[in-house]
Design a protein around this ligand. Structure first.
Ligand code: ADP
Length: 410
């Protein structure tokens, strides 16, 4: 089955094509047949397309004025030129879309119908940067071939299992009835890394009887956006992001949780309107806001190493907030079997992993610093006598979407 995955964001359009014939025991992914990305941020006039297949690469500049045409050009690199892997786009059996916001309606992947599109459209106020880009991708495929089934895989769906007491905010109940609740995000990633963790641990003799159904995990997705999820017996029981992806830990340029009265204080004393406050909390806070240097952790870590005081403070705050949120997840799990790190920071920064684990020793968690400093993707990096496993898992959101499409279409 040829499965095209479209992962549309406000600043990029990532895509890949998988050819899957069986999913028996395949949790870790095969290589895609073809991959492409359009980066919309390189220029105000054009987007930069990079496509790759069979070891061949191409780069093209695409006018920004018509994104649907740009997506079509990107998809055409699958059927012509150096990166050709298909005779025709109609050879694609299904297209899977990562959809950031599915509201409270969808708990699993679903075939896209007019009704599903209408729901994605209705949810634009909750995901103004993402849901319009998803609709653009869906309509681009419809224009190419109406017959290809399309599937929406929601980033919010995995968190539908969070109990009411964790989902509802302690504000008047009528607002919950109007849709203000914890939705949670990065669900595709959290779900995938939990499954992969169970698979990795299953190979360890000591935990051979431990399947996902009997594991208490905390998964830390630390990228530009960061979120932490408590997963018990394979289901999400709590997550740090909330009504929007702003809540929770400190991120690259997002504040994470702050006293909500700061917002009303800004309005009253500074006369800031909602746009200004949104900009401050989403784009000018976090690592960037404190360091004044960058929202990119690598740059902030470098500044810290060179003696920058605010850079050091930003990193200390970042680590502290993650430790606080991890600790706050423990009651709903009733203990911990595994702490899992994933995404750009989680997968690549041994320093951050070590510092986070440093103060969590009271959980019986012991990091093997040697393993932590070596290549450790998809590995357990706890010492043999650690009561809690510590894993680094490479998140594979596109592959997870492809798998869900395969199951649905089969
Ligand atoms: P996104 O959330 O946009 O998908 P990523 O998951 O790629 O982002 O994560 C980006 C973050 O990962 C950036 O802050 C980057 O600095 C950080 N990062 C990547 N590699 C490293 C590294 N070796 N050390 C520290 N941080 C890293």
């Amino acid at each position: 089955m040829k499965i095209l995955v479209l992962n549309a964001g406000s600043s990029s359009q990532k895509s890949c094509l998988y050819d899957i014939n069986s999913l028996e025991n395949i949790i870790s992914p095969p290589s895609p047949l073809w991959e492409a990305i359009i980066d919309w941020t390189v220029s105000s006039n054009y987007g930069l397309l990079k496509a790759e297949a069979k070891g061949n690469k191409i780069t093209l500049e695409l006018p920004i004025s018509n994104r649907q045409t740009a997506i079509k050009t990107m998809l055409d690199t699958m059927r012509e030129g150096k990166t050709k892997v298909l005779n025709d786009l109609s050879d694609i059996n299904v297209v899977g879309h990562r959809v950031v916001h599915g509201g409270s309606k969808y708990s699993q992947a679903i075939l896209i119908t007019e009704e599903v599109k209408a729901t994605i459209r209705e949810l634009i106020p909750l995901a103004p940067n993402h849901n319009p880009a998803h609709l653009e991708g869906i309509e681009s495929i419809e224009k190419i071939n109406q017959e290809i089934p399309q599937v929406a895989v929601f980033d919010t769906a995995f968190h539908r299992t969070i109990p009411d007491y964790g989902k509802i905010y302690p504000i008047p109940y009528e607002y919950y009835e109007q849709g203000i609740q914890r939705y949670g995000f990065h669900g595709i990633s959290h779900e995938y890394v939990a499954q992969r963790t169970a698979e990795i641990l299953d190979h360890e003799v000591a935990l051979h009887d431990r399947t996902l159904d009997s594991l208490r995990l905390i998964t830390c997705h630390l990228g530009n956006g960061c979120s932490i999820t408590a997963i018990k017996d394979g289901i999400s029981v709590n997550t740090s992001m909330g009504f929007t992806p702003l809540e929770g830990v400190m991120m690259g340029s997002r504040s994470g949780s702050i006293d909500p009265a700061i917002v009303t204080y800004f309005m009253r004393e500074y006369d800031y309107d909602n746009r200004v406050i949104d900009e401050i909390l989403n784009k000018k806070s976090g690592l960037l806001g404190i360091s004044g240097i960058s929202g990119d952790l690598r740059t902030v870590l470098k500044a810290m190493e060179e003696g920058d005081i605010k850079g050091k403070l930003a990193v200390e705050m970042y680590i502290n907030r993650i430790q606080e949120v991890i600790s706050s997840m423990l009651p709903c799990l009733g203990g911990l079997d595994g702490l899992v790190f994933t995404a750009g920071v989680g997968e690549n920064s041994a320093f951050i992993r070590e510092k986070i684990c440093d103060k969590l020793g009271f959980l019986g968690l012991k990091l093997d610093t040697e393993k932590n400093n070596q290549f450790c993707l998809d590995k357990n990096i706890a010492t043999d006598d650690s009561a809690v496993k510590i894993l680094v898992v490479h998140t594979q959101e596109d592959w997870s979407i492809a798998r869900q499409c395969y199951h649905l279409i089969r």
